[in-house]
Design a binder for this molecule. Structure first.
Ligand SMILES: CC(C)(COP(=O)(O)OP(=O)(O)OC[C@H]1O[C@@H](n2cnc3c(N)ncnc32)[C@H](O)[C@@H]1OP(=O)(O)O)[C@@H](O)C(=O)NCCC(=O)NCCSC(=O)c1cc(O)c2ccccc2c1O
Length: 258
C-alpha cells in the first residue's frame, strides 16, 4: 500500500508510524485509518521489529482525532461511519509487541484515545491531553470511555469526558495517562532509550505479558462495537451536526435546544 497520510520508518528494531497531516493537527480521516491499519499489521508481524512507536508529524499535535473537515455525517473509509477507529484501537492492542505513543503536542479526542490504547505513553512537557467529543457532537465509546476509567479511575475519566477540559503533561503523568514527561528536545532520545531497554528483553515473554494485560479488558471491544452502532445514528442528528458546524465556524455550539 502506498501511504499518503502516514510515514513508516524502521530503524534498528523499532518501527515508527507517524501520522503526517500536520496542517490538520494530525487529525485522521478514513484514508489515514486504513493506512494506519496497514502499517500496524506490517510492523506487528515483522520479527525484526521489537517495538512500535506511534507519533504525529510537526510540533503542534500528536493527533486531534477525527478530521472535522472530512466529516459530513460519514467519513471516507470503511466501517459503519467510514472511520474504522475501533478496528485500529483493537489492532494496536493485538499486535504482539509494545506500542509507545510519542506525544509532543495536542493529544485530543480520538487522538487522545489512540495514545491511551498504546501500551506506554511518553510525552513532551508541551503535550496537552483531553477529550472534546461532547463539545463537537461526538463520543468515543468503548476504549475511549470504559478503558480510560480502568487506567485513571471512574471519577477522573468522567470528568475528562463531561467537562472536556485540557490537561497538561504533568497532570496527565500524575493521573497515569503517561509514563514519563521530558523536555521537548529530549523526547526522541527518551523514546529511543525505552525502546532499547525493551529490545533487550524476551519478545515472547513480552507478547504473552501484553496479551494477558489485554485479556482483562477485552470485553471493552464489544462495548465499542455497540457504541459505534449508536454513534452512526447520532451522527445523522442535528445535535451532532451542530457540534461539527460550531467547530468549523469557530463558535460555541448551541446544544441547549436539544
Ligand atoms: C486541538 C485544539 C485544542 C487546538 O486548539 P487551538 O486553538 O490551538 O487551534 P485551532 O483550534 O485554531 O486549530 C488549529 C488548526 O487545526 C485545525 N484542526 C485541529 N483539530 C482538527 C480536527 N480534528 N479536524 C480538522 N481540523 C482540525 C483547526 O481547524 C485549525 O485550522 P485552521 O485552518 O482554522 O487554522 C483544537 O483544534 C481542537 O479542540 N480540535 C478539536 C478536535 C476535534 O474536534 N476532534 C474530533 C473529535 S471527534 C473524534 O476524535 C472521533 C473519535 C473517534 O474515535 C471516532 C470514531 C468513529 C467515528 C468518529 C470518531 C471521531 O470523530
Amino acid at each position: 500500500m502506498n501511504y499518503e497520510d502516514i510515514l513508516y520508518d524502521v530503524t534498528e528494531g523499532v518501527a515508527t508510524i507517524t501520522i503526517n497531516r500536520p496542517e490538520r493537527y494530525n487529525a485522521f480521516r478514513g484514508q489515514t485509518c486504513m493506512e494506519l491499519l496497514d502499517a500496524f499489521n506490517r510492523a506487528g508481524w515483522d520479527k525484526s521489529i521489537g517495538v512500535i512507536v506511534l507519533a504525529g508529524a510537526g510540533e503542534k499535535a500528536f493527533c486531534t482525532g477525527g478530521d472535522q473537515g472530512a466529516h459530513e455525517g460519514q467519513y471516507d473509509g470503511r466501517g459503519l461511519i467510514g472511520l474504522p477507529v475501533e478496528e485500529l484501537q483493537t489492532l494496536i492492542r493485538q499486535v504482539p509487541k509494545p506500542v509507545i505513543a510519542k506525544v509532543q503536542g495536542f493529544a485530543i479526542g480520538g487522538g487522545h484515545v489512540l495514545a491511551l490504547v498504546c501500551d506506554l505513553t511518553i510525552a513532551s512537557e508541551k503535550a496537552v491531553f483531553g477529550q472534546v467529543g461532547p463539545k463537537v457532537g461526538s463520543v468515543d465509546p468503548g476504549f475511549g470511555t470504559a478503558y480510560m476509567a480502568r487506567v485513571i479511575g471512574e471519577k477522573r475519566a468522567r470528568e475528562i469526558w463531561y467537562l472536556c477540559r485540557k490537561y497538561s503533561a504533568r497532570q496527565a503523568l500524575d493521573w497515569g495517562l503517561c509514563n514519563a514527561v521530558v523536555p521537548p528536545e529530549q523526547l526522541d532520545e527518551e523514546v529511543r532509550l525505552w525502546c532499547d531497554e525493551i529490545l533487550e528483553k524476551s519478545p515472547t515473554a513480552i507478547s504473552i505479558a501484553k496479551r494477558s494485560f489485554n485479556a482483562d479488558s477485552e470485553n471493552i471491544a464489544g462495548i465499542g462495537a455497540l457504541g459505534m452502532q449508536a454513534l452512526s445514528l447520532y451522527y445523522e442528528t442535528p445535535e451532532s451536526r451542530e457540534g461539527v458546524a460550531a467547530f468549523k465556524e469557530k463558535r460555541k455550539p448551541e446544544f441547549r435546544k436539544f
